[in-house]
Design a binder for this molecule. Sequence first.
Ligand SMILES: Nc1nc2c(ncn2[C@@H]2O[C@H](COP(=O)(O)OP(=O)(O)OP(=O)(O)O)[C@@H](O)[C@H]2O)c(=O)[nH]1
Ligand SMILES: [Mg+2]
Length: 445
Amino acid sequence: MFEVLSEKLGAVFRLLGSRGKLSEKEIDEALRQVRLALLEADVNFKVVKDFTGRVKERSLGKEVMESLSPGQQMIKIVNEELIKTLGDGASSKLVSVSHPPAVVLMVGLQGSGKTTTAAKLALLLKHNGQKPLLVAADNRRPAAIEQLVTLGKQLEVAVYSEDPRTSSKDICVHGLSEAKRIAATHVIIDTAGRLHIDEELMAELEQIKRVIKPDEVLLVVDAMTGQDAVRVAEEFHAKVSLTGLIMTKMDGDARGGAALSIRWVSGVPIKFIGVGEKADALEPFYPDRLASRILGMGDVLTFIEKAEQNLDEKKALELQKKIQKSGFNLEDFLDQLKTIRKMGPIAQVIEMLPGINKLANKLPDGVQEAQLKKVESIVLSMTPEERRNPSIIGGSRRKRIARGSGTATHDVNQLLNQFSQMQKLMKMGASGKLPKNMMGMFGKQ
Ligand SMILES: Nc1nc2c(ncn2[C@@H]2O[C@H](COP(=O)(O)OP(=O)(O)OP(=O)(O)O)[C@@H](O)[C@H]2O)c(=O)[nH]1
Ligand SMILES: [Mg+2]
């Protein structure tokens, strides 16, 4: 998602960034291109108009016209206004309640991803040390109950279900008592979907709301349905008062307009995004991160968070200490490689990194994976001593390592050079975060 938009905006920015002073005409032309790119990405036209209006007003002001690098200033404004459009300052956290359990009602149209997302949310809460209970209140299809029960088993999250002949309202009430009995921190209620918004669905949801008084009413919308998703959000919000949105299927190839418009049009904050079918493919939503992803600045923060989740804490601490002492060596690097591997397909990881994401698109499938393997096999062909102290690796050792790893000597040279650069960088400002430089090792070459 967002590739085309990102590419088009990137082209406008490259042009702007290279300019000295900007005339009003040049600003207008840049904004015209931005407007076109947004419309092509299926962003709601009102949102586009509002957005470009705000950017234009600020661009003509002092902060741009009198600045030394007007192009850069304008990019900064686009970034800030995009964040505003996506919901600046909105918290992606679920509300906290003084008397648990917090009650979360999941609503949405058929197939939008309610059941899957309910389970994903439960898993996320569980990972954060909470105790969620899932409630199968979709009694329309017996298979729906089974789906949730199965997911609960897989993820080791408790599920409350009963005979589908019980009314959904009663299932919710009973589920709530069960949550209190087991001292759950959150109750997540999966409800039935409909093909279209109809009176019956709304009446049922209103009834459930009245009896269980949810703390959160989260609408699950499919990002692939484009502007329909925006309309659905508006209608649901008008009828049942939503507290948040979850956009699913953000991993799909939709143009992304829905995600960009929905907050501004509906006034409801996006709290999470679904980025895949697997149970861990749910991310808290951060407007600033999405904006920088769209503007091609990569998504370093999400990347770092992912890395942190995968690195166990003790190791991370050790590593941080090492880096602070500048003792980061190739053995640690090998550890990091393994961690990166665990984070998912390398292409997806690379996509989050600034500068490198463009490159990732251009490489044929499997290339990064192959590069990663190459780097790994080079490091594996070194002796532990060499890994701990790469400076001892002279010419003959380099030849031996190349032979051992089935690579050429210049591959080994390149890796060692890049590694020593990285070490220098770490010395300069070690913070314990993965340096983006490190990724250069797999992509570029
Ligand atoms: N690629 C991708 N697929 C998703 C995502 N979220 C849900 N899905 C898929 O969407 C399909 C529908 O998901 P469900 O959770 O069953 O949807 P639902 O809203 O509960 O559907 P009903 O109960 O029939 O109304 C499933 O095949 C999910 O795997 C996502 O973020 N990315
Ligand atoms: Mg369902």
